[in-house]
Design a protein around this ligand. Structure first.
Ligand code: G16
Length: 530
């Protein structure tokens, strides 16, 4: 060591073990990986080396944080079954620190023959003390590729002698302790808080849950046992073993994007009955119902944010805390314009780029920050000082204040509906959504699309933003934006307008502009759908 800095890695660096394990998980030469909106995500068949290296990275992140437990989730969430992915979670449940996303990308792309030396340089430059302990908890969803990817990941842990396990322990013994550090302890805590919050309220009618044929099916079945008749569930799409079933014609993304219920629920849903869809890893939540005229109506993340924020504002006011507790809402560009207008008239509202990692940080600027993406990701973040209130205290027991958990979000919605005595139709009538449409455009290089102003404007390709604006101006209440997805190899186009036909037409036209600009395969040009 010199005064200029650390020249060598502190503590043991087991280079031979790492090399031997790394040889079992070679990186394919022609694939470039990037840490996107929610970690690495691509075809499960090309992720073996990434999982091995993420095992190493997670162990190192833990060492860097003095042995605090790091979380790793192996999932591709809403993506089709052949995809898979992995994301890292920091010790308090928040998404991996942004600077480490860059380290993750660097290690994932290092050629096989350079991996050990790249790793050595990284550990040295980041000043990680290798003699520190490392602890990692991990889980996977039900995708067929998950099992072998877990093995690759465990090899990464083993190569550094790190400890891996499957329960959360960071807060144990601290004032932030969440309860029994087991899966059952989690259900117990949530269901007890739920019972307290709805006690004295009328009996809650059964809730239909579409589990997307994913891991949420297992969780919902267990939670149902704890809740019993307090909140009866009717579970659908719970088949996690039939190949191809995951997210197929079901789940939150299907409902939000196609703006219709999963075909398996048609004929099942009764008029006015509350239903909701989870996604493949059960962190998105989409509510909906069929109204008296037989129309399908969606209660998306924006409607959830509105419902929850208004409830929290009421509680804060009733407790006489309005002057000291600042409640705010965080949205993205995808938020329906009608929701932004409704909320901005009542509360401070912020807009961030897509990805819960961005929303979460913005929500922390408020004393109580409610953040939901329109696609159903989100949660309220309630701080310790609000525990002066009984309900707010119970709320903090109920909600997962760190990364999304659709089941705890669902219980929260049910609490608010019970307190406000709202039916699905009454909730829906808080404001009327502007008709909107989301389109995926397949282009040769989505990275050519760069955005600014919380993704509301394109910077490149040059000149395209002006053409979009020129189009948008022709539609009443028109709004549209374009951004590259961080989880799929597509560019996304969002459009809304005063009339359904106009929103569809605008989305199609902007999609066409994007496609022509990017020069894609003509067979994949967006089709008219209006
Ligand atoms: C992930 C993120 C979400 C984001 C979504 C779509 O969700 O956690 O915050 O909204 O990707 O991102 P993009 O439009 O960049 O593809 P999930 O459910 O896929 O993990």
């Amino acid at each position: 060591m010199s005064s200029a800095g650390v020249l060598e890695v502190r503590g043991p660096f087991p280079s031979e073990e790492i090399q031997a394990y790394s040889d079992l998980h070679p990186k394919p030469r022609n694939v470039v990986y990037s840490y996107g909106t929610a970690g690495f995500r691509t075809l499960g068949s090309v992720l073996d080396s990434v999982l091995f290296r993420v095992g190493i990275l997670a162990a190192l992140r833990s060492k860097k944080l003095d042995g605090k437990t790091i979380g790793v989730m192996i999932t591709a969430s809403h993506n089709p079954e052949e995809d898979n992915g992995v994301k890292l979670v920091d010790p308090r449940g928040e998404m991996l620190e942004a600077a480490w996303e860059h380290h993750a990308t660097l290690l994932a792309n290092s050629p096989n023959e350079e991996f050990v030396s790249t790793l050595y340089d990284f550990i040295r430059d980041t000043r990680i003390d290798m003699s520190k302990p490392s602890r990692v908890v991990y889980a996977r969803d039900t995708r067929p590729s998950g099992e072998s990817l877990v093995k690759a990941f465990e090899d990464g842990l083993k190569s550094l002698g790190a400890e891996g396990r499957d329960a959360a322990i960071n807060t144990k013994g601290t004032k932030e302790e969440y309860g029994e550090d087991s899966e059952d302890g989690y259900y117990q805590k949530m269901s007890e808080a739920f019972r307290k919050l709805v006690s004295g309220r009328p009996r809650i009618p059964p809730l239909v849950i579409d589990c997307a044929n994913g891991v949420g099916a297992h969780a919902a079945q267990k939670l149902a046992q704890y809740l019993g008749e307090t909140l009866p569930f009717v579970l659908h799409n719970t088949d996690t073993v039939t190949p191809g079933g995951l997210n197929h014609e079901c789940g939150a993304d299907y409902v939000k994007t196609s703006q219709r219920p999963p075909p398996s629920l048609i004929g099942v849903l009764q008029k006015g009955q509350r239903a909701c869809s989870l996604d493949g890893d059960a962190d998105r939540l989409m509510y909906y119902f069929i109204d008296e005229r037989n129309y399908f109506l969606m209660l998306d993340g924006d409607k959830i944010a509105t419902l929850v924020a208004s409830f929290i504002v009421d509680l804060v006011r009733l407790a006489g805390l309005s002057d000291s507790v600042r409640v705010g809402v965080v949205q993205t560009a995808y938020a329906n314009g009608a929701s932004t207008k409704y909320l901005s008239d009542r509360l401070p509202v912020k807009c961030t780029p897509t990805g819960v990692k961005h929303l979460h940080h913005a929500a922390e600027q408020f004393n109580i920050g409610v953040y939901f993406e329109a696609n159903g990701h989100g949660t309220p973040s309630t701080p310790a000082q609000s525990t002066a209130l009984k309900h707010l205290r119970n709320l903090t027991e109920l909600v997962n204040q760190t990364v999304g958990d659709a089941l705890s979000d669902m219980l929260l919605v049910e609490v608010v509906l019970a307190h406000k005595a709202y039916s699905a139709a009454e909730w829906n009538s808080l404001y009327t959504d502007l008709p909107n449409r989301l389109v995926k455009v397949h282009v040769p290089n989505r990275h050519a699309f760069k955005t600014e102003d919380a993704e509301r404007r394109l910077v490149t390709p040059q000149g395209l933003q002006a053409k979009i604006e020129e189009l948008v101006n022709r539609y009443e209440s028109g709004r549209s934006f374009v951004r590259p997805s961080g989880t799929e190899d597509v560019v996304r186009v969002y459009a809304e307008a005063g009339l359904r036909s106009q929103a569809d037409e605008l989305a199609y036209r902007v999609g066409g502009l994007v496609f022509d600009e990017a020069g894609g395969d003509p067979s994949r040009r967006p089709k008219e759908f209006y």
